[in-house]
Design a protein around this ligand. Structure first.
Ligand code: MN
Length: 147
């Protein structure tokens, strides 16, 4: 049987709740999260749709699990390790294991993207003062990052 979660318009899907960015995180209201698929039939992945408000950003973090990001709307920039790339609709970004990363919405419009992750995954780690100093040693990264 087909199992369809129809797009209702404006990047909302039928039967899909609009959730905060991270569980129990109150300071990130500029990002919404929708879980489109979650371990269906034993496939050990979760597919989420995130939307970052204009000029907002995700947390600077790293973790062992990977991200596969597919941009659906808006323009943005992605930091992955020492690389900063401009992204737009239908661009695909792989963020490798253990890589400091951050996404930012630019151009005064929301940045909406699909993000595929392992269903069972480690918790993101934020940089401590020493790690942040290390990250900010690269001038291009320092100019980009919002800690
Ligand atoms: Mn992450």
């Amino acid at each position: 049987m087909a199992d369809l979660q129809r797009h209702r318009g404006n990047f909302r899907w039928e039967s899909v709740d609009l959730l905060p960015y991270k569980e129990g995180d109150s300071d990130s209201c500029s990002i919404t999260r929708q879980i489109l698929s979650d371990g269906r039939d034993g496939l050990p992945v979760q597919l989420r749709y995130f939307e970052i408000a204009p000029d907002g950003h995700s947390t600077l973090e790293r973790h062992r699990h990977l991200h596969i990001v597919v941009v659906l709307r808006g323009k943005g920039r992605v930091l992955s390790g020492s690389e900063i790339v401009d992204v737009g609709p239908l661009d695909v970004v792989h963020i490798p294991s253990g890589t400091w990363h951050q996404l930012q919405a630019t151009r005064g419009e929301p940045l909406g993207f699909l993000c595929l992750v392992h269903r069972e995954r480690d918790r993101p780690e934020r940089p401590g003062p020493q790690e942040l100093a290390q990250i900010l040693r690269d001038p291009a990264v320092a100019a980009f990052v919002r800690p």
